[in-house]
Ligand binder design. Structure first.
Ligand SMILES: [Zn+2]
Length: 252
């Protein structure tokens, strides 16, 4: 999957240590995973996300760089899952962004669409670079875990793709894809925005939602998490689909 190595072994989509951050009342069996397609079709999985495994990663990757990444992100992410104030220096932002990309890719392996939301080259790029591509964006947010059907939802993953067609000044049609993957764990929210073709540079504005959003990639100066809390599911829905209203978020 990442290095192309075989044989592949079972690897947890989410590391089990995430559960250390959950309050007692938040049972992990209500976790939800949603994957949208560009045709608006939706695949959904409810269940025990912490025990979910996919057979896609070779043993050297699993016990090597992926395990090391878990160890590096844990001190920061665990505090965020608990909703504790945490300082995020540049090195923490880098590891959080890299973990977000890795976990978004693993979630996609578990719940794939016919046309993948994130292209296969992102797996090999991550294996080679061990960090997100320069043009990617990663954000973090903060949310009190919401209730679905009257029960706490401790974890959630959403993958939302968009295809954007634009006409250049010269008249030629320019097509770009963009996928937003949002991962909510306890109080922590992390989000990957990836777009292509490869090397495409773009800016992304959150408008009225900017107080809820802290960028972590590309890295910047140290800041203190959390930002303003997302309070309702409606706010979370807007947060997880920042390209919905923008429509054309990708000027070169
Ligand atoms: Zn491997």
């Amino acid at each position: 999957m990442f290095c192309g190595g075989a044989p592949v072994t079972n690897e947890h989509v989410y590391p089990r240590w995430l559960a250390e951050g959950f309050p007692e009342k938040m049972r992990t069996d209500r976790a939800m995973m949603s994957s949208y397609s560009d045709q608006s079709s939706l695949r959904r999985h409810f269940g025990r996300m912490l025990t979910a495994q996919v057979k896609a990663v070779c043993e050297p990757c699993n016990s090597g760089w992926m395990s090391a990444l878990e160890g590096r992100v844990k001190p920061y992410l665990l505090s965020m899952i608990k909703g504790e104030i945490v300082e995020l220096p540049p090195e923490a932002q880098e590891v959080l962004a890299t973990w977000t990309l890795k976990t978004a890719l693993m979630c996609q392996v578990m719940l794939p669409q016919d046309q993948p939301n994130l292209p296969a080259e992102l797996f090999t790029d991550l294996y080679q670079d061990r960090q997100p591509a320069q043009e990617m964006k990663v954000f973090c947010g903060y949310m009190m875990p919401p209730r679905y059907l009257n029960r706490w939802s401790p974890m959630e993953n959403r993958s939302v793709p968009r295809t954007i067609r634009q006409r250049r000044a010269g008249g030629s049609v320019f097509e770009a894809w963009a996928t937003v993957v949002t991962i909510r764990i306890g109080y922590a929210v992390v989000q990957l925005v990836s777009a292509g073709p490869k090397g495409l540079r773009y800016e992304l504005g959150f408008g009225n939602y900017s107080p809820y959003v802290e960028p972590v990639w590309p890295i910047r100066e140290t800041f203190s998490w959390p930002p303003r809390a997302l309070k309702t599911l409606q706010e979370f829905n807007v947060f997880t689909d920042p390209l919905r209203q923008v429509g054309q978020p990708l000027p070169e």
